[in-house]
Each structure stands twice: as structure tokens, then as C-alpha cells.
Design a binder for this molecule. Sequence first.
Ligand code: GLC
Length: 754
Amino acid sequence: MYGKLTGYEKNGQLVTIHYEKQDMTLHVLTPEIINVFVPFYTKEHRSKAIEGNKELPTTFRIEEISQTGRENCIMLTTDVLVCKAYDNGMIDFYDKAGNLLCADYRQKRIPRFELQESFIEFIKQEGHEVDMAGSMDYPVQCVKELDEKDCIYGLGDKTGVLNKRYYEYENWNSDIPDPHEDCFKSLYKSIPFFITLKENGVYGIFYDNTFKSYFNFGKENNSYYSFGSDNGNLDYYFIGGNSMPDILANYTYLTGRMPLPQKWTLGYHQSRWGYDSEETFRTLAAKLKECRIPCDALHFDIDYMDHYKVFTWNKERFTDARTLLSDLKAQGIKAVTIIDPGVKVEKDYNMYEEGMKNGYYAKAPDGSVYVNAVWPGDAVYPDFGNPKVRDWWGSHLEFYTDLGVNGVWNDMNEPASFNGPLPNDVIFTDEDRPSTHGEMHNVYGHNMAKATYEGWKKLTGKRPFVITRACYSGSQKYTTAWTGDNQSLWTHLRMAIPQQCNLGLSGMAFVGTDIGGFGADTTPELLARWVEVGCFSPLFRNHCAKGNMNQEPWLFGEDVLNIYRKYVELRYSLLPYFYDLCRVCEKTGLPVIRPLVLHYENDKNVRNLNDEFLVGEQLLVAPVVEQGAVKRMVYLPEGIWYDYWTNKEYMGNQYYLTDAPLDTCPIFVKAGSILPKAPAQMYVGEIENPELILDVYPGCGSYTHYQDNGEDFAYLDGAYNEYLFENKGNGNLSITRVHEGYRDYPDIKINYIS
Ligand code: GLC
């Protein structure tokens, strides 16, 4: 395809490699990030994930190397990476010490198995699916070598285990109502970023292509992996760094980081599809109070609308939404409303009429407005790739802000369609040019979230709270996410851990699963175990489906209610810690929930660890995710750890059998930790200016704590406090205010753990 290498040309940090048939560019963005680009589809990048110019002034060397008997190559050397380009578009990357990180695969592809046609037909007779995981060739693709020990992480919300090595996936945002299985190739989100952890070294690849894409991480053959797409450019970023956190910092430098959320969004959220009247919401608020379950938000699912028309409120069942919302707010409870993209086809319905008049909906190839169906029946699809449509949608959000709504939950934005999939040739817009569904499908949710974030910010001046189901790389700048329609199954509780960890490794730090499970019916034991995991998810929401058993915690007996309250209260006590972690994420891209491998990448025991996770660096959670289990094996990595409940000391690098009766989720605190905590509250802000409590653990360590008004953007102008706490061991803690721009704590209580 490329032919022989014939030379190169340098223009600033952009190097064009000339081949006989097809040029390729290598763009040195930073010492750690090099973009590889071949313009198969458009001449320029059309990234949705990357905004603004990410090129940092970077010095690098470029040499043409020709040695007799060996292939010529062009070599680029930054302070961190070495990139060598050879004949036929082959590119290899090394670290600065000369260790090979990633080489293009040059041999013939040999699928591990090939089925004969006749046999395939035979197998299909009973209805079996035949997985042709063979050497699929895609119009755009890259094949790279794999080492025996390489592990692969990331790729967003894919089901299955943490380490994606040996598995195959697709990026095509999909609303699949069936129980999510480990073998699913795609779900709602497309995040084409992964991290390869080697025996000695680590790198990341962000493959910025929005068309339907394919990732085969060694399933086809153990000695190579591939990524490719149906169309688009070959456009990927090779990301180097010394460690997994470095790679993540670089990836989120490129695609953006989660901005600091409003503090209340980190509280508890109660939801259900089927809460359909004013009375229901008032009763819920009363019941939460009566049962002493702290709560910050109630979610309004599609039932609040008039005939599922977005930007309407059902006047029969909610006679006075404004008063309802203000009464809830007086009790500390904020309202989050669902807004789907599908706009009902209905004469005189303002959203439909306005959008039609302005040509804001996607069109069929013949130029007529494209109609499919979602909850309201026949519906049209706002063309969110068009900036005018985003502005229009964003300004209409005033309907909600005016009533007192505090957050938006964007659903069905893959986009979902009940009358069969949208054909690939449906016409959408890509900013300033016409495009197709095939290209814009995977960024539909992303653009909807962007419209929502920007509109909400303009209207309220507060940090927008948006939740999305579908997204693409870079969506973390605009929205949080949940993992969609899981089920009340133990397998789904188990899956929630690697899924959220991989979302975090893919830049999406504010995530959560439906606690208790969305579909099917939960059990008292499952709900108890789920809240023990869910209370550590940044998005802490109990949600379930209409038609299934209700899932409020008071419906499962006194014991479960007490357990539920214990973990919601634990979350509220740890809110300063969670908020600090959000600040860390905004600065570094490190997620809140982290797989152990992120901080202990040299420890082989954690590379495939699916049922434990870290919250920040200080807490390790080893929840029970097996029905009936009251003990569990816990692996603790290097160092000394303390049982959160008993303060018992444990040496790391070992496995322990720990007690975990139904009311106990094993949690461990790293030696030297300083855990910032808050006094008990029924909602964020119930106490106007709460004191800060510091749990100081034996050992030495330091910790940066952040404090601001938790609502708006004043912190960007310096209206915040930052404290440096230094634990020097033996009951010796120093407190330094390193930035002063917000009110003082009334008190900082220090609690030395011994
Ligand atoms: C989708 C969402 C779910 C929601 C339902 C009704 O299935 O994933 O969370 O409750 O639609 O709006």
C-alpha cells in the first residue's frame, strides 16, 4: 500500500514520510505523544475528542539511517520516545533507553483457527453463532506485535474482565437490552484508547476514528493485535510515559479531563423508571428522611414527560412541577431529569416544529427528514454534529433550569431506534460539512452531551451535571456516565468492577452502575452487596426498570435497610475524600475508582485482578460479589495496610482470608494515609460550613486537600483553599494552607488511628 520509503520533509513538528505510493505524517505533539496519520478519508484530522492545539514546543532529532544489508529508516527521537519509520509504512516505537515498546507486525497473519465453509453451515443449524475471529481485513487497519506477557486495559465500558488481552471488541455504540454478557463486543460507548502494559514498559494508543471499529487483542493470534475500521483515516496517537498514570495523564492531556463537579452530585441518588407522579416524589423524599437515608438527588425518568415529549412536563400527574421541585430542594433534594434525543413527530409541538423549520434533524439520503421510533413513537433525530443544533438544544434547556431542575440525564443517545438501525447513509453534519450516520454514530452521544453541558453552563453559571449513556473519547469534558441497563444478577455486580475500572483508565472518571441492577428483580442480599460496591462509584445511584420489583432500600427488611444506610453514611463521611479525588482527576486524569494495576503495575498479582479496586491511592476495597459468601480472599499489594473497620494491621504482598458477613465490605487503608472526612449530613450542604475530620493512619505520608464552594467556576479564579497535610508518623501531623481563597473550616479535628 505504501511501497518503499523515499524520503521525508520536516515542517515544524510535523514530519511527512514519503513512500512510493502513499505519504504518512508523524506529528510530534509533546515528547511523549506522536501522532501517526494517513489521510485515507479526509486531508485533515477531524477529531471530536481533541479540542484546541495540543502541540507543545518539543525538540526532537530526525535522522535518515541507511546501513548496508538493512532496511533504511527515518528515526525521530524526542526526550522520551524513539520512532522509526520503515518501508511499507511500518512504524516502530522505542523508549529512550532503546527498549522496543511497540512494533508493527510484518509477517503473514495466521488466525488461530479457520473453519471450513461446510462446517460453519453445520454448526449454524442449531442456531449457534459462528465467530469468524479470523484475520479480518478492514479498509483502515494497523497490526502490531504482542509479547507473551503484554496485558491490555482500557477501551471504555466493554464487558468482561479487566485485562482485554485475548479478547475481541467492536466500537459501535449499541443499546442492547439483553443481559450484558462477557462476550459482548460492544456496548453503549466507543472509547478507542487502550494501554499496553509490558513486562518492562508501558504505552498507550488512542485510535481516533469514529467509524465502526474493531479491536482484536491477540484473539486472532497470540503474537499480534490489530485495530481497524470500516472507513476514515488511519489516525492514531502513540502515547509514551514511565508508568500507567503517566500514560493516562498524557491521554487526558490530549482528550481533556473531567472538570470538577458540583459537590452534591457526589451524594446519593435515588431513581426508578416508573416514578410517575408528584405524589410519588413527595412520598420518596419523606420515606428517605424517615429511614434516615441521606440523599441528594431524585431522578425523573421519562414518566415526567407529556407523551414522552422532551422539554415538556405532564400536567396531569405533576400539576405543579415548580413547587414540587422547590419543596424537594427545601429538603436538600435536587432534581435530575432524563432528556432523550428523539423528538416526537407531532404537529404544533414546539421542538418538532422549530427543528423542522430550521432543518435541524438528520435527513434521509433523498433529503426528507429521517424518521425512526423511540419512546414517543415516530421520532426525528437532532443533528448534534451541527453547532447551530447544539446551541438551539442548549438554549431550550431553559425549560428545565427555569423550573428548578439541577441536572440532566441523557439517554438513548447511541442513538437508539426501535424501528431497526439507522442506515449508515442517513445524513448528519460534521461541524462545517455534511456527513453520514456511519461517521457520526459513535459521536452522537458525545455531541449531545456537549450541547447539554455548554447550554447548561450558559444558563446557570454552575458546573453542569450531565449523565450520558453513549459517548466517545473526550466526552469526560462534558459529562459523567453510567453503564446502562444492567440486570439484578451477581454476574453483573461482578462485572461492575472491571467495567468501571476500564472506564476510568479510558478517561471517564465519573461513572457508576445502576445499584441493585436495572432489569430483573434484585434480592435483599444482592442489594446489600451492591451498595457496598456502589457507594464507591462516583455516580452513586440506585435505579431500576419499570415492570420490575421496586428497589428502594426500605423494601427489603430492617437488616438490609441498616446495611444500606451504613454504606450511604460511609459515602457521606468520605465526601471530602471523593471531592479531592475529583480535583486530582481534573489535574492529572487519574480516575476515582482505579484498578490495583494502575498503581502497582510491577506486581504480577494485580494484572488480572477483577474483584478488588482502589479508591484513590489510600483505600483498597475488596467487596463480596458472590452470593452466600461471608469470607473472601483479599490480595494486598506492597506496604502495610489497615482494616478500615477494625484497624488491624496487615503486611502487603500477600493474600488473606478475611471475614465479610453481609454487613461488611472489606476495606483497607494504606499506611501513612490521611483520610479527610465530613460529619454526618442528610445531604450535601445540610451543615452550612462543616468541620473537617482527618483520620491519620500509622506511617508517613502526605496529602493535598482541596476546598471550595462546590458549585460554580469561581475556583478557576482562585476562590479555593488547598491544604498540605504531612503525616510524619507517631501522632505528628502538620497542616499548611498552600492556597488561600475560600472560607476557613470552623475546625479541623484530628483522629489518630492506632
Ligand atoms: C433506558 C435507560 C434506562 C431508563 C429507560 C427509560 O432503558 O437505559 O435507564 O430507565 O430507558 O427511560
